[in-house]
Design a protein around this ligand. Structure first.
Ligand code: FES
Length: 80
């Protein structure tokens, strides 16, 4: 099981892969959707990849460009 963390998740994706990333912040399988959004008005970020590559998915839930990391994790306190 993947958990939220204060840094991005490096994920290798392949052409044709479709992944659903958590948008509500409640998933226990972050950064992926686990269906927990059903109690919210959020829906997951569903992305279909057009090429093989490594993506950096936000692990801190603070990115303004979710599901991708935008560097916001670098501004988080390190002692919490
Ligand atoms: S992990 Fe980088 S902005 Fe969230």
């Amino acid at each position: 099981m993947t958990r939220w963390q204060k840094e991005p998740f490096a994920i290798n994706v392949k052409i044709g892969d479709t992944k659903a990333f958590c948008a509500c912040g409640l998933s226990k399988n972050g950064p992926y959707c686990d269906g927990s959004h059903v109690t919210t008005d959020k829906t997951p970020y569903v992305v279909k990849f057009e090429e093989d590559k490594t993506i950096y998915a936000c692990g801190c839930q603070e990115s303004a460009n979710r599901p991708y990391c935008d560097g916001s994790h670098t501004k988080l306190a390190t002692n919490s």
